[in-house]
Design a protein. Structure first.
Length: 280
């Protein structure tokens, strides 16, 4: 992904860069020949152009990898950021809201939109779980610019509520036990296991693993408040680069790697945010 956020956020993906990263976004026809006559083809390029009119520009993109030489999988994601909309924080932990759009040109799925927050102190964005907005869809049966404009307006209007949640997280101080459980539950979520279930009882990571997850990479994330702890855990769980082992297991310690699938990354991020905000 091509991006430059450290020089005033004035560099965004160009059309050529976006096409290189996510060529399926520029398909000129549905990739599934079985689509019905009711399907109105709207490619992602049109959404990119229309969001640009509203001040939102593409910053990252990804697409599902092919599982065969001649197989095209059209599920893809593009995230957008508006340089004029910024969330300022009194402690200097400033961030930018993002609109995360997933789309498919196979006639099986609608445009889906979620809200993301990009922190300036690190290069790792997080997805804010908001069921009403996350579930908002624009179907391929009558797309209009007016409908897209309403989606964006809804997201911007709700930003004060997002900021309130973030502030509450910053005001929530966690105990050592709460931090360790949050780290453990986050590992379970990454593994696709629901915390506090019978299956989860069989997965208890050793002390070193939990300590590694909770160890911040930068000084800005040191602290016991929920916001800082969550960001440390979220970055470790999604980006990997730490070692993990189950308590009492005879198997070797394994290195946890970065989540490569954008679909799993979105899912894990949303579940992690729900997990954290339950502690407010």
């Amino acid at each position: 992904m091509i991006q430059n956020f450290n020089k005033g956020l004035d560099t965004y993906l160009t059309k050529d860069q976006l096409k290189e990263i996510c060529p399926v976004a520029f398909e000129s026809a549905p990739t599934n020949p079985k689509v019905t006559s009711k399907y109105l083809f709207v490619n992602t390029e049109q959404i990119v152009d229309d969001l640009d009119k509203l001040g939102w520009k593409p910053v990252t993109a990804a697409m599902r990898k092919s599982r065969g030489k001649d197989t095209i999988f059209s599920k893809h994601m593009v995230t957008f950021q508006n340089p004029d909309i910024k969330i300022n924080s009194k402690d200097g932990d400033h961030s930018f809201p993002r609109i995360i759009m997933t789309n498919s040109h196979d006639g099986l799925q609608a445009f889906k939109f979620s809200v993301g927050i990009f922190r300036l102190v690190c290069s790792n964005g997080l997805v804010v779980a908001d069921e009403k907005f996350s579930d908002f869809k624009i179907r391929h049966k009558g797309y209009t610019f007016a409908e897209l404009r309403d989606v964006v307006a809804k997201a911007v209007k709700d930003l004060p509520n997002k900021v309130e949640v973030l502030n509450k997280m910053k005001d929530t101080i966690l105990t050592k036990e709460q931090k360790e459980k949050l780290a453990l539950d986050a590992m379970l979520i990454r593994a696709g296991i629901a915390p506090d279930t019978e299956k989860a009882k069989k997965f208890e990571y050793d002390k070193e693993t939990i300590e590694d997850i909770l160890d911040p990479k930068r000084k800005e994330d040191k602290g016991d408040d929920l916001w800082k702890v969550f960001n440390v855990i979220q970055e470790k769980i999604t980006q990997g680069e730490f070692h993990a082992a189950l308590k009492g297991a005879e198997t070797k310690v394994r290195k946890v790697r970065k989540i490569k699938s954008f679909e799993k990354d979105l899912q894990v991020n949303k579940e992690l945010f729900k997990l954290a905000t339950a502690l407010i």
